[in-house]
Design a protein around this ligand. Structure first.
Ligand code: SF4
Length: 436
């Protein structure tokens, strides 16, 4: 065992979670000791800077970690490394910054440091995306602590939504070679995983950057045809990327979870245009109707932003009525926060914090109503649940294919086992049912 304690801290999206799990397993396999509470010799922080709040949290975490282990080598990976102002603000706490396309280099940096060969002042690598065309393969495989395993298949985004910095921090769209996707999924299945989540920054763009173009549905077919995965789930898919082929695949294959997360962001055409989202509410509604007609059991969830610059009371009222019309099974509501460097941050008519907070409260209330009504619609129906945990009081929980949390009381069920559950009632936390 290499006598070095590594602490890996993670903020942000599923892609960051994937990358951190991957690095944790890699370092463990190499004989390093992964620690959470103990003093660390190396601290790796996988940062998020998607909102001002996330950036603030990342900075706090870095400073706290450095205070706890003042002699540790501190390496920052992830989106924050790409921001010059963040690097300047953290230069006293951080030894090495690795940009978005250099995360995989962290293994080499740690090895060099252990061997006493690291020149800290020369170690930082910030990604210049102008020459980046290939997906950055991480060194390990991503095994987390849940029964579902995320597999990253894509990086980067070229949508340039006016509120979002991600295209500047993650760079152009790059897809992972299908053979590497299959290799990781087969490895995870060998380790006992039954549910795999395909994830990416712009998942629906999968395969567009290949010389011989491919697609997300092409990848899904490949995974279903070449692995024994029991349940395949898609993380977020942009509305414009949901093709007829993808809908038909989900409709005709019960190994694909009947759930689509389709970020709406704005429920009003004026706002969608200002956000540079390339669809209208009519397009979105037409898509939802098509999806529901083909896959009646589909669960639809979304992200929605309130308080975008220029959002008037009547725009907000339109948005409320639009989301009610769609009826999502769950909705993540975000308050807009300006990110310097984006077009939206320069827009006039920024909405005040108190108005945005009030709108966010109203939208959360609608999200809760829609969730309750979806939960109610599940009562009496039967679902396959993959058990995630059971407590001492014999309360077990897992997720149904529609991504609703299902609780079962009264029996000790094995983690990672499938049970058929009939839903009897709903609560705010989950729906409850009996094993049948
Ligand atoms: S699709 Fe829009 S919101 Fe999503 S990462 Fe790309 S630019 Fe950002």
């Amino acid at each position: 065992m290499k006598r070095c304690n590594i602490k890996i801290l993670t903020l942000g999206c599923k892609v960051n979670q994937y990358e951190s799990h991957n690095l944790s397993n890699y370092f463990r396999d190499q004989g390093y000791r992964l620690v959470t509470a103990a003093l660390a010799d190396v601290i790796i922080i996988n940062t998020c800077a998607v909102t001002m709040q996330a950036a603030r949290k990342s900075r706090q975490l870095i400073r706290q970690a450095k205070r706890k282990s003042p002699d540790a080598l501190v390496i920052i990976i992830g989106c924050m490394s790409q921001l010059p102002e963040a690097r300047a603000a953290l230069k006293d706490e951080v030894d090495v910054f690795l940009g978005s396309e250099h995360k995989s280099m962290v293994a080499e940096i740690v090895d060099k440091w252990v061997e006493g060969k690291l020149k800290k002042e020369e170690a930082s690598l910030i990604t210049d995306f102008s020459g980046v065309t290939q997906f950055d393969e991480m060194p390990g495989y991503s095994i987390g602590d849940r029964v579902r395993a995320e597999v990253k298949v894509q990086d980067g985004c070229e949508q340039f939504c006016s509120f979002c910095l991600i295209p500047y921090m993650r760079g152009p769209e790059r897809s992972r070679k299908p053979e590497n996707v299959l290799k990781e999924i087969k490895y995870l299945i060998d380790k006992g995983y039954q549910e795999i989540v395909l994830t990416g920054i712009h998942l629906g763009a999968y395969g567009r950057d290949f010389a011989v173009k491919s697609s997300l549905s092409g990848l899904v077919k490949l995974v279903l045809g070449n692995t024994s995965v029991k349940r395949l789930r898609l993380s977020s898919v942009e509305p414009n990327d949901v093709t007829d082929e993808l809908i038909s695949l989900i409709a005709n294959n019960d190994r694909i979870a009947p759930h689509l997360h389709l970020p709406l962001q704005g429920g009003n055409d004026k706002l969608l245009k200002a956000m540079n989202r390339k669809y209208t509410t009519a397009d979105y509604l037409a898509l939802i109707n098509k999806v529901r007609a083909s896959i009646p059991e589909i669960a639809l969830t979304t992200d929605l932003m309130v308080g975008f610059p220029g959002e008037t009371e009547s725009d907000f009222a339109n948005t409320l009525s639009f989301v009610r019309q769609v009826q999502f099974s769950n909705m993540h509501v975000f308050r807009y926060s300006p990110r310097p460097g984006t077009k939206a941050a320069q827009m006039p008519l920024q909405v005040s914090g108190s108005i945005a907070r009030d709108r966010s409260d109203q939208m959360h209330a609608v999200a809760e109503e829609m969730k309750n009504s979806y939960y109610q619609s599940m009562i009496g129906k039967t679902y396959q649940i993959l058990i995630e945990k059971c407590d001492d009081k014999l309360l077990c929980e897992g997720h149904a294919g529609n991504y609703v949390k299902v609780c079962v009381q009264g029996a000790k069920l094995a983690k990672n086992s499938w049970v058929k559950v009939q839903i009897i009632k709903s609560s705010t936390y989950c729906v409850l049912g009996n094993v049948v």
